[in-house]
Write a protein that binds this ligand. Structure first.
Ligand code: AGP
Length: 587
């Protein structure tokens, strides 16, 4: 959620840190702060707002020094205020810390520290780390950090800057990565924080501490024993995270789908073979994910059953405690995640592992905790997805789900990189854009939208509703069209806005009947289909698909566009929806 970065090297640290924070801003964007160490003193500048704005107001990148730490925040404990922004320092003002995660025992620690005379200046859980570091501070930074970590419960990655110029990072259940540059070290929550400077990364394990002093960088475990972690070369493409010619990342990423769907369908053959072998040998299969990734799990489950005769259960990762209750060592869990860092997903696979199950992953970030801890993973190959709303990663997940199913089904789906959906997805972007932009302008006053679909279109109705909620702040509900008359029909009245997903497949005629029932109550119906019908008040045409199982990957794109253009019509920032963050690394 929050992003953290530390730098110690031969270059001016503040501009590097500000640039890193901009690149990682998708992780959290309610406040920003930087602490610099220079000539044995600590300086902190921090405030609420986006990185560019706070930097302009406070002149952060003008701060001098070669050692610094920075943070962008997504508030958990304490409101969005200047004093709650990180970095935090304690009473002596000689150590500053930035933190990502949640300190679960912060209340008892805070009471204990206050009883010892410590004065707190924020409402955050994170500030206890600064005071604990201060209490334990001695000549050995490693010991200081270990003693501090031993007092903390919860999840954390933190980086601390000490007055003597030492930087230290610690990791427990939150990612922390060292970037090894030619002229310095970086410590970051994401490789994007340093990839513009170096492609050499060291992924810290849980319970690792890294200490960077004036001569070296060393890694220890929480018992103080030195540990060796390999240097990994990270693909440079991961760093290609700019908007190009587009006004927003979200618009760019919607358009990227012209290429990324084909990239996802084009898989490394040996990884695909291994993935399918593990899956094919499983006695029971569970598919888990959160948000958008959960919606692709719903479709994956349907096509696995239909084409490969593989029965799978879908489990929302946040509900995995119950959903995975019957899992055993003959089971396989497929975890789907763009970031590979979602706390609920990582907790779900921990539950699965504890029962001896194997873990397969579908990820976009191949250096993520999920990818690295899985038995085998496949990559959606989409490149960085920065917009908070998942777009190209979702269609990448679907393309992969089709490819895996196709292999298990002996090629019945024809879902390789030449698949019918690749060209159709490219076509639908150009086909729909003008009509949707116009329609969104006309609908800018709308506050409620219902999205209806049957069978594979129901998960797309859920996904479309999620996009409309997070991007356009519209109350949107995905409804299984067949359930309409079991309740939701009561909500249909004059001017109720309904999007009907009704491609020309086996669901079409039933969906059209539903459209009539809705229209009879006075609702306005937007049809998304390849078959025009007079019942629709507005019509968004999508390409016809010979393989009807492929309609979902195509029909979701107009819904992404509708949410995007509606966000613009409502003056919302599609890249940075209020209250949200891209990677949800806390439970
Ligand atoms: C999607 O638009 C959302 N931002 C969110 O639901 C997201 O899909 C969810 O948090 C899961 O993220 P992941 O795929 O990185 O695990």
């Amino acid at each position: 959620m929050c992003s953290i970065i530390g730098y110690k090297g031969r270059q001016s640290a503040a501009p590097i840190i500000v640039d890193s924070l901009k690149r990682m801003e998708y992780r959290g964007y309610d406040s920003v702060g930087v602490a610099m160490i220079k000539d044995g003193s600590l300086m902190v500048r921090k405030g609420t707002g986006k990185v560019a704005e706070v930097n302009q107001n406070l002149g952060i990148s003008d701060m001098s020094g070669l050692i610094g730490i920075g943070h962008t925040r997504w508030a958990t404990h304490g409101g969005v205020t200047d004093s709650n922004a990180h970095p935090h320092s304690a009473c002596k003002n000689n150590i500053a810390v930035v933190h990502n995660g949640i300190i679960e025992n912060y209340k008892e620690l805070k009471e204990e520290l206050i009883a010892q005379g410590h004065v707190f200046s924020s409402e955050t859980d994170s500030e206890v780390i600064a005071h604990l570091l201060e209490i334990h501070h001695g000549s050995d930074v490693k010991k200081t950090v270990i003693q501090t970590c031993k007092r903390l419960r919860g999840s954390y990655a933190f980086v601390a800057a000490f007055q003597d110029g030492t930087i230290a990072g610690a990791r427990y259940e939150e990612p922390l990565i060292i970037g090894v540059g030619n002229d310095g070290y970086f410590v970051s929550s994401d490789v994007l924080g340093f990839l513009q400077h170096t492609d050499k990364a060291i992924f810290l394990d849980n319970c690792d501490i890294a200490v960077i002093d004036n001569t070296k960088m060393e890694i220890f475990d929480f018992d103080g024993v030195p540990v060796a972690r390999p240097i990994t070369q990270v693909a440079w493409e991961l760093g290609e995270a700019d908007k190009g010619k587009y006004a927003q990342y979200t618009l760019k990423e919607i358009n990227d789908q012209r290429l990324t769907i084909a990239n996802a369908a084009r898989q490394d053959k040996s990884a695909m073979a291994k993935f399918c072998e593990i899956l094919g040998n499983a006695k029971s299969v569970y598919i888990t994910g959160s948000g958008t990734s959960y919606h692709s799990a719903l479709i994956f489950k349907q096509i696995l059953a239909r084409f490969a005769k593989v029965r799978a259960e879908t489990v929302m990762s946040s509900e995995a405690q119950d959903g995975l209750a019957a899992i055993d060592s003959d089971s396989v869990v497929i975890a789907i995640s763009q970031s590979g860092e979602t706390a609920d997903v990582l907790a779900a696979i921990k539950t699965a592992r504890a029962q001896g199950a194997k873990v397969l992953a579908i990820v976009n970030v191949t250096t993520s905790s999920l990818a690295r801890s899985s038995d085998c993973f496949l990559s959606t190959n989409c490149g960085p997805e920065i917009g908070v709303a998942a777009t190209k990663s979702f269609t990448g997940q679907l393309a992969l789900a089709y490819a895996v199913t196709d292999r298990l089904a002996g090629g019945a789906l024809k879902a390789g990189e030449q698949a019918e959906f690749v060209a159709a997805a490219e076509k639908v972007i150009s086909m729909c854009q003008p009509a949707i932009e116009k329609m969104a302008g006309e609908l800018s006053d709308v506050n409620d939208i219902y999205l209806l679909g049957r069978s594979a279109h129901y998960p797309i109705a859920l996904e479309g509703a999620l996009k409309l909620k997070e991007l356009a702040y519209v109350h949107a509900e995905g409804v299984a069209a067949g359930e309409l008359k079991h309740g939701p029909l009561a909500l249909m009245e004059k001017n109720t806005l309904v999007v009907m997903l009704s491609p020309d497949d086996a669901t079409h005629s039933d969906s059209i009947s539903n459209a009539h029932e809705i229209k009879a109550r006075g609702a306005t119906v937007i049809g998304i289909s390849d078959a025009k019908d007079e019942i629709y008040d507005h019509f968004i045409e999508i390409p016809h698909m010979e393989q009807e199982a492929f309609y979902p990957i195509v029909e979701v794109i107009p819904l992404q566009m509708l949410a995007y253009y509606l966000a613009l019509a409502k003056n919302a920032d599609p890249d940075y929806p209020r209250n949200l963050a891209k990677s949800v690394t806390v439970k």
